[in-house]
Every structure is written in structure tokens, then in C-alpha cells.
Design a binder for this molecule. Structure first.
Ligand SMILES: [Zn+2]
Length: 144
């Protein structure tokens, strides 16, 4: 169901395309955490949802326990971002790294723009590349 109030919708959505031998294998979507109009209760609910994502995604949990300096300055909670769910889908029993093309779209205030991953998501993506789970390319240069 679509939230009618634009301010209560997720701030970002993410699209990740998994490619193998020049063919699209999987298309994944994610949304940033937003559980309704921001109140003290929904802020806690948002944090709970993000925390559950962290517990479910090993690279996210590992990075949250060992944040890089620049990640400490990012105001998003670990697990809050729209990239979390597609990245989490990459954990498993793959024999070789998945190749992903990633695009995050900022939706707030009725305008859409492509944005780079935040410092925390960048750390998680780098960690997953270091672990040999994925190779990620950003799709920021392609116009919407
Ligand atoms: Zn992020």
C-alpha cells in the first residue's frame, strides 16, 4: 500500500542488478526504513527495524561493530538504508563474487535524484568486496 503523505514515505529506494556473463540474473529492490509519521514512537520502531536488519546481515553487523572513522559521522542508523536488504541477499553459498550494479534514488520532498551510498553503506560494500562476496559498480552517471 502506498503512503499518501510524501513525508511518511521512505527517503530512498535502491535498485541492485546482479549480472553474470552479461545477463541479468536478479533484480533486487530495497527501501529505507520508515514506519510512518515521525514521532518518538515511530523513531524507536525505525531503530528496531534497522537493528533487526543489522542482526540478519553478517557484513552489516561486522561493520557496525567496527565502524570506520567516516562511518561514525554518518547520521543514518546501521541498517536504515535502502541498500541493506539487497546487500543482505548476497550472503549465502556463492562460489564466486556476484557482480552488482547499484543505484540509490533519493525521494524526499517529491524530487528524485540519484545519490551515492552513505559512508556506512560504503563501508559495508567495501567489506563485502574484501570478503569476496560481491563486486559493486555504482550507476550514478546514468540519467533517470
Ligand atoms: Zn546508507
Amino acid at each position: 500500500m502506498m503512503e499518501l503523505n510524501v513525508l511518511n514515505r521512505p527517503s530512498t529506494v535502491n535498485l541492485m542488478i546482479s549480472v553474470e556473463k552479461e545477463k541479468i540474473i536478479r533484480i533486487m529492490f530495497g527501501a529505507s526504513v520508515r514506519s510512518g509519521e515521525l514521532t518518538s514512537i515511530t523513531t524507536l520502531t525505525n531503530l528496531d527495524i534497522a537493528t533487526e536488519r543489522v542482526k540478519a546481515i553478517p557484513a552489516l553487523e561486522q561493520c557496525s561493530q567496527n565502524p570506520q572513522r567516516r562511518s561514525s559521522f554518518c547520521t543514518n542508523n546501521w541498517g536504515h538504508c535502502s541498500e541493506s536488504i539487497p546487500l543482505g541477499a548476497m550472503h549465502g553459498t556463492r562460489k564466486r563474487p556476484a557482480t552488482l550494479y547499484c543505484r540509490t534514488i533519493y525521494l524526499k520532498f517529491g524530487a528524485m535524484s540519484v545519490i551515492p551510498p552513505c559512508a556506512k553503506c560504503s563501508q559495508v560494500m567495501s567489506s563485502m568486496m574484501d570478503m569476496g562476496i560481491v563486486t559493486i559498480y555504482q550507476l550514478q552517471s546514468i540519467q533517470l
